[in-house]
Design a protein around this ligand. Structure first.
Ligand code: FAD
Length: 488
C-alpha cells in the first residue's frame, strides 16, 4: 500500500492548466508538461488500496491502479510503467484525453476528492518514454499466421500491437495519409499533441507491425481479396457517419460538419498547407455558432478561439447541468468528478475579440442567408420533449456554423458489402461475444461495433479482440481481454 494515511493528510492537487491568455495563442497542450512531477508521488500516496478496488472495474481496461499508485509513491517508475503497460498499450493517450471513469469509481470520491489517477497515469507514461521504460518488444518467434487490421485508430493500433507481440504478422491498412484515426484528425493538438502517436507508431514499426496508409479498403483494395490473403481480418474502421441537421438553409455556404472542420485544423498543425497557413475553413474574424454541446463541440470551441473567432456561441439542446434533466438522465454528475472542459474555461474568460456564450435547452429552426449563411434562427425547448416553445424564437448572427451533433455509426459502404457485414438496430456492425462476425475469420473492434465512444473503450476492445483472433488462429490465448462487446 502507498501511504497508509495519505488520503487523510495529503490534500488533492490538480494538474494546473496554462493560463488561458497564454494557451489560446498557441496549439500546445493546455497542461504544462512535467508540472506534476514534484507532487505526483504524494498524490499517488492518497490511494487507499481498497480491499475491493472499484477503480479496476471503473476502468474498461481493468487498469491495476492501486499497484502502480504504490510504485509511483515509492518513485519506482520502471515498475510502475511495467504494471501500467500490462493492461494499457497507450497510457500517454488515455492519460491526456480520457474522462477517467476510474476516478468516478474511486472510493474516496464518496465524500472527498478522488485520487488523481489520470495524472498519475500520464506521469508514469511520460517518464517511461523519457527514461527508456517503453522499448519495442518484438515477439521471440513468429507464428506464421497473418492478420490484416483495417483502420488505425486506437482500437486498430491496440489490436495490431497485441497480435504482433503474440508473434503474428500484422499489416494495418489506413485510408488516411497518416495513422491514428480520430486521435490524429479529430482530437485537436491542444488536447493531445500528435508526437505521442508518432512515437508509438515508431515503436510498433520496430516490433514488426507493417503500416499501409492511403488504402481505402473496399475502394482501393478489394476486401474479399484481403480476407483471402490473410488468415484473419480485424475491422476497426470507427463510427464516423456524422448526424445531419435537416433544417431549411442547411445547403448555404459556411455550414460544415465538425469532422470537416477539425481535420483541416489538425492538418494546419501538421504543416500540410505550409508554414503560417490558415485552414481552408477558418474562424478568424467570424461569428461562429457551434450546434451541439458535447466533446466534439468543445473541441470546435477551443479550435475557433485559437483561430481568432470574433464571437462564438455553443448551442446545446440539453438543459444546463443541474437544471431540469431529461427523463433518461435522472442522476446528476457527481460534483467531485464533474470537470469543466478547458475550452469552456477559455470561452468563459472571454478570450479573443468578441462575445462567447453557451446556450442550453435550445434548438435550431432554420438558417438564413444569401448563398452564405448570415444567421441562425433558434428557439428554447421544453426539456422533457425537446419541442420548441412558442414565442421564444431568436436570431443569432452566424457566418460560420459547425455541426457537432454526434455520430450515427460506422459508414456502410463497399467495405461492409464486400465483407458481408450486417448492421444491428443501432447501425453498428453486428458481432458476437468473441468479436466475430458472420464471416469466418472477420472480427470487429472499437467504435465500428460499439458506436462513437471513448479512446479507453477502443483500446480495451482492441486488446480483447486481439485475444479472440489469437484464439481463432492458434486454439488458445494468453492475451489480456478486459471487455466483452456487450459491456457498456
Ligand atoms: P477511429 O479512431 O475512428 O479510427 C478508425 C480509423 O479507420 C480511421 O483512421 C479511418 O480513417 C479508418 N478507416 C475507416 N474506413 C476505412 C477503410 N475502408 N479502409 C481503411 N481505413 C479505414 N474520446 C476520448 O476518450 N476522449 C476525448 O477527448 C475524445 N475526443 C473526441 C473528439 C472528437 C472530435 C471525436 C470525433 C471523438 C472523440 N473521442 C474522444 C472519441 C474517440 O476518439 C473514439 O471513440 C476513438 O477514436 C475510436 O477509436 P476507433 O479505433 O474505434 O476508431
Amino acid at each position: 500500500m502507498a501511504d497508509p494515511k495519505g488520503f487523510l493528510t495529503t490534500p488533492v492537487l490538480l494538474w494546473e492548466r496554462r493560463p488561458v491568455e497564454e494557451r489560446v495563442r498557441d496549439w500546445h497542450e493546455v497542461y504544462r508538461p512535467g508540472a506534476l512531477l514534484p507532487v505526483i508521488s504524494a498524490q499517488a500516496g492518497r490511494c487507499m488500496d481498497c480491499g475491493i478496488p472499484f477503480c479496476h472495474s471503473g476502468c474498461p481496461l481493468g487498469n491495476l491502479i492501486p499497484e502502480w499508485n504504490d510504485y509511483a509513491y515509492r518513485g519506482d517508475w520502471a515498475a510502475a510503467s511495467e504494471r501500467l503497460h500490462a493492461t494499457n498499450n497507450f497510457p500517454e493517450f488515455t492519460g491526456r484525453v480520457c474522462p477517467a471513469p476510474c476516478e468516478s469509481a474511486c472510493v474516496l470520491a464518496i465524500n472527498s476528492d478522488p485520487v488523481t489517477i489520470k495524472n498519475v497515469e500520464v506521469t508514469i507514461a511520460d517518464k517511461a518514454w523519457a527514461e527508456g521504460h517503453a522499448p519495442p518488444r518484438p515477439p521471440e518467434r513468429l507464428s506464421g499466421r497473418t492478420v490484416a487490421v483495417i483502420g488505425s485508430g486506437p482500437a486498430g493500433l491496440a489490436a495490431a500491437q497485441q497480435l504482433t507481440r503474440a508473434g503474428h504478422t500484422v499489416v494495418v491498412y489506413e485510408r488516411d495519409d497518416r495513422l491514428g484515426g480520430l486521435l490524429r484528425y479529430g482530437i485537436p493538438e491542444f488536447k493531445m499533441e500528435k508526437r505521442h502517436i508518432n512515437r508509438r507508431v515508431a515503436q510498433m514499426t520496430a516490433e514488426g507491425t507493417k503500416f499501409r496508409t492511403g488504402r481505402d479498403v473496399g475502394r482501393d483494395l478489394d476486401a474479399t481479396k484481403l480476407r483471402r490473403r490473410f488468415d484473419a481480418v480485424v475491422v476497426a474502421t470507427g463510427a464516423t457517419a456524422c448526424r445531419e441537421l435537416a433544417v431549411p438553409g442547411r445547403e448555404l455556404a459556411g455550414i460544415h460538419q465538425a469532422m470537416e472542420f477539425l481535420p483541416l485544423a489538425n492538418r494546419v498543425q501538421e504543416g500540410d498547407f505550409g508554414a503560417d497557413a490558415v485552414s481552408p475553413i477558418d474562424a478568424r474574424g467570424r461569428d461562429v455558432v457551434i450546434v451541439g454541446g458535447g466533446d466534439t463541440g468543445a473541441d470546435c470551441l477551443g479550435t475557433v478561439l485559437r483561430q481568432g473567432a470574433r464571437s462564438v456561441v455553443q448551442l446545446d439542446i440539453n438543459p444546463r447541468p443541474g437544471d431540469d434533466r431529461a427523463p433518461h438522465e435522472p442522476w446528476p454528475v457527481h460534483p467531485k468528478v464533474h470537470r469543466v472542459s478547458p475550452a469552456h474555461e477559455e470561452a468563459g474568460a472571454g478570450v479573443g475579440r468578441g462575445e462567447h456564450g453557451r446556450v442550453f435547452a435550445t434548438s435550431t429552426l432554420r438558417f438564413a442567408g444569401d448563398r452564405r449563411v448570415r444567421a441562425l434562427h433558434v428557439a428554447e425547448v421544453e426539456p422533457a420533449t425537446r419541442t420548441p416553445l412558442p414565442g421564444t424564437d431568436a436570431e443569432l448572427p452566424a457566418d460560420l456554423v459547425l455541426l457537432a451533433l454526434g455520430f450515427d455509426g460506422p459508414e456502410l459502404g463497399p467495405l461492409a458489402d464486400q465483407l458481408g457485414l450486417e448492421a444491428d438496430e443501432r447501425g453498428t456492425f453486428l458481432r458476437g461475444e468473441g468479436y466475430e462476425t458472420g464471416r469466418d475469420g472477420v472480427f470487429v473492434a472499437g467504435d465500428a461495433g460499439r458506436g462513437q465512444s471513448l479512446v479507453v473503450w477502443a483500446i480495451a476492445e482492441g486488446r480483447s479482440c486481439a485475444a479472440a483472433v489469437d484464439r481463432y488462429l492458434t486454439g488458445e490465448t494468453t492475451l489480456h481481454a478486459p471487455v466483452a462487446p456487450v459491456d457498456r
